[in-house]
Design a protein around this ligand. Structure first.
Ligand code: C5P
Length: 244
């Protein structure tokens, strides 16, 4: 039994950094954010005490922010420091990446320099399958594989761009640039909701002044104390009384 009378039931799924459990309520699941951190398709792994709770708190705040902007998410509430209660979605096996500035795999795979502004933002959609190394899709492939209908695909991309505007403004007000981020969506009663997490593991964030990394790149490329950076972002995200 966890706090707030939510019973942690049978495991549903365990990913690289989160575990999903049934609860005693039909249609509601418990997401436990673990302290595991991985990079490079699981090739680099560590356990960092507190990391799970930092990502849970940031995800909870950002899901709430989206709800405040009438964008529906799976988030119901935090149960304790590192777990949240969510609506059970029929997950869409896609990773929707929105890029505002060229970085990461975009500059590794294509002839474009890191730091190039992308206006309009670039949406990249990957097929979520570790065994296939999450290959990039295009609209035709998504329709051919019958992952989504054309209307659903249009709606999902519209949502991704709206979320980008809300999150970019939120971070800008805190001296942070939202370089890119990854979303996962799920179907819920005819609607498409944001699922999974929105955290320092799934966003690329740069300090607006120094352009230093404030995200998992600190871990990927051993740029410093990743926990200190995650704490710094969490403090800024949770700070009250700022715009947005
Ligand atoms: O590695 P890449 O540059 O393609 O990543 C783009 C963004 O998507 C980054 O913010 C990264 O953290 C996120 N991402 C993720 N999970 C993946 C792939 C990328 O959260 N499986």
């Amino acid at each position: 039994m966890r706090a707030c009378n939510v019973k942690q039931g049978t495991p549903v799924y365990s990913g690289k950094a989160k575990s999903l459990y049934r609860t005693d309520k039909e249609g509601e699941l418990l997401v436990a954010f673990r302290d595991d951190i991985t990079a490079f398709d699981g090739g680099k792994k560590d356990v960092l005490t507190e990391k799970g709770s930092l990502n849970a708190k940031v995800s909870a705040r950002l899901f709430s922010l989206l709800e405040e902007h009438h964008i529906r998410t799976h988030f119901i509430r935090l149960i304790d420091n590192s777990s949240m209660l969510v609506r059970e979605l029929e997950m869409i096996p896609l990773e929707v990446i929105v890029r505002n500035i060229a970085a990461g795999s975009m500059v590794r795979n294509y002839p474009i320099s890191e730091g190039t502004p992308l206006d309009p933002p670039v949406i990249v959609i990957d097929y979520k399958d570790d065994s296939l190394h999450d290959p990039m899709l295009n609209d035709d492939l998504i329709l051919a594989m019958k992952i989504l209908s054309n209307d659903e695909l249009v709606r999902m991309k519209e949502l991704a761009l709206r979320i980008n505007i809300v999150l970019s403004r939120f971070f800008e007000a805190r001296g942070i640039i939202l370089v890119d981020f990854k979303l996962e969506f799920g179907k819920y009663g005819g609607d498409i909701l944001v699922g999974d997490e929105i955290s320092m593991d799934s966003m690329r964030l740069w300090d607006a002044k120094t352009k230093g990394s404030l995200d998992k790149d600190v871990y990927r490329f051993e740029k410093g104390d990743v926990l200190a950076v995650y704490r710094q972002v969490t403090d800024k995200v949770l700070k009250k009384g700022e715009t947005l």
